[in-house]
Design a protein around this ligand. Structure first.
Ligand code: HMG
Length: 424
């Protein structure tokens, strides 16, 4: 029978766990997992909190950004991501490290009006009152202005079909700024309502953060790219070709970009940032000229490989859940950052390092050699190998013609069989 879930959120933790245990027929061992990963303060972060969901956190090394060495905490469930980030960063470190460019750090929010008979005329009225509206925005969040931030400018865009977007640009200082921006937008929307007699359809920040762009650049002597029997010059040329394919073909661009986001998301999670916001902004930016393309570009003149990655990365180092997440705060110390801009620079550089390592592997040995080698441990554990069995199973898997779950289970069964026979 289905339990009654009305006001489920008002139940205490013990009641909630009891309901879910009964509903899903959980064993005592399964229920014990709730307790094992439970953190009482997380009731304050999400609704209907049950337990935490652990993800591994590791460290990428070798990252040099604008002349500074960084150790980079990354949270990811995927084997080989951290190794690849460290690998790409190591190559670039030997070439002098990444250079970054960050000109502006403003969040954009929008107020949308609808059913306008003359949107351009309404836009003109609003623009004529821009200075007053910026003051309204600042008054909705006065502490931001005290910290040196605040509303910077207002832009209108006629969207067609009677819709008008009024875009507010705000310097959010060290925060990602979603909540403060939304409060400012709602205050401005009210003033616009009085001014134009139009209620806003919606007021919300935009995750298409084109006023928070950051770029990483690297120049690598081709000799540093040599991989096994592949000369560095050839590797550089092939990486440039792979980059061209990602510009031409959305099928390839999507995977190319997934590789970049492997690194960026892992740092976003480790630093307590909203990776869904970054993902949506990054992919929107990848289609800015109408076709979805690779986010990074690589070119080679035969002597050097030149790489660039520019993305909107509106991250924060204060606010949101960061203040209650001790590890996010600790990770800022490990990263050695002072400002949100520092974090943006590291994230874009990690994205490019990640991309370099993936492309170099793809155009030389193939991804499976390095990736699968590191994936084997997860495979063995998923197949049920115990920590004691792991070394032998890994050795046998390396030699196996198939490296899949069924083969691994077969290897474990054989190992146990041999052990039983020896014990008898
Ligand atoms: P390798 O050539 O065996 O490495 O690479 P190496 O022994 O020459 O080591 C070079 C450096 O890599 C090391 O420097 C480490 O920093 C790091 P050192 O410490 O020796 O001075 N490194 C490791 N770090 C931690 N643990 C390890 C480890 N091994 C090396 N075990 C490697 C092996 C896997 C790094 C390489 O093959 C590689 O970079 N492959 C790319 C793997 C990758 O991209 N994985 C992401 C998942 S696949 C994916 O989702 C993205 C993709 O689809 C994107 C796309 O299509 O574009 C591929």
């Amino acid at each position: 029978m289905t339990a009654d879930f009305r006001h489920f959120y008002q139940k205490n933790w013990a009641e909630r766990t009891a309901i879910v245990a009964q509903q899903a027929h959980l064993t005592p061992a399964e229920q014990a997992l709730f307790k094992q990963y439970y953190l009482p303060q997380h009731h304050e972060i999400i609704e209907n909190y049950l337990t935490d969901y652990p993800l591994p956190m590791g460290l990428a090394v070798n990252l040099v950004v604008d002349g500074v060495d960084h150790i980079v905490p990354m949270v990811t469930e995927e084997p080989s991501v951290i190794a690849a980030a460290s690998n790409g960063a190591k190559i670039v470190k030997r070439a002098g490290g990444f250079t970054t460019v960050l000109n502006q750090r403003e969040m954009i929010g929008q107020i949308v009006l609808e059913q306008l008979s003359d949107p351009a005329a309404t836009a003109a009225v609003i623009e004529a009152h821009a200075a007053a509206l910026l003051k309204v925005a600042d008054a909705a969040h006065p502490s931001l202005k005290k910290r040196g931030g605040g509303a910077r400018r207002l832009r209108t865009r006629v969207l067609g079909q009677g819709y008008l977007s009024i875009d507010l640009f705000v310097d959010v200082q060290a925060a990602m700024g979603a909540n403060m921006l939304n409060s400012m937008l709602e205050a401005v929307a009210k003033s616009i309502g009085v001014m134009t007699k139009q209620d806003a359809l919606l007021s919300i920040l935009s995750n298409y953060a084109t006023a928070s762009l950051v770029k990483a650049i690297c120049d690598i002597p081709v000799g540093l790219l040599q991989a096994g029997r592949y000369a560095g010059k050839l590797v550089a040329q092939k990486i440039a070709s792979a980059s061209t394919v990602a510009q031409l073909d959305p099928y390839r661009a999507t995977t190319h970009n997934k590789g970049i986001m492997n690194g960026i998301d892992a740092v976003a999670i480790a630093s307590g940032n909203d990776w869904r916001a970054l993902e949506s902004g990054a992919h929107a930016y990848a289609v800015k000229d109408g076709q979805y393309r690779g986010m990074s570009t690589w070119t080679s003149d035969g002597r050097m490989l030149h790489g660039e990655l520019e993305l909107p990365l509106p991250v924060g180092i204060v606010g949101g859940s960061i203040k209650i997440n001790e590890l996010a705060q600790l990770n800022q110390r490990i990263l050695g950052i002072q400002t949100a801009g520092d974090l943006e620079r590291i994230m874009v550089a990690i994205g490019l390092a990640q991309n370099l390592a993936a492309l170099r592997a793809l155009v030389t040995t193939g991804i499976q050699q390095g990736h699968m080698h590191l994936q084997l441990k997860s495979l063995a554990m998923a197949a049920g190998a115990t920590p004691e069995e792991l070394p032998v199973i890994l050795q046998r898997l390396e030699l196996a013609s198939q490296q899949d779950l069924a083969t691994t289970q077969q290897l474990i069964a054989e190992l146990r069989q041999t052990k039983e026979e020896t014990d008898d």
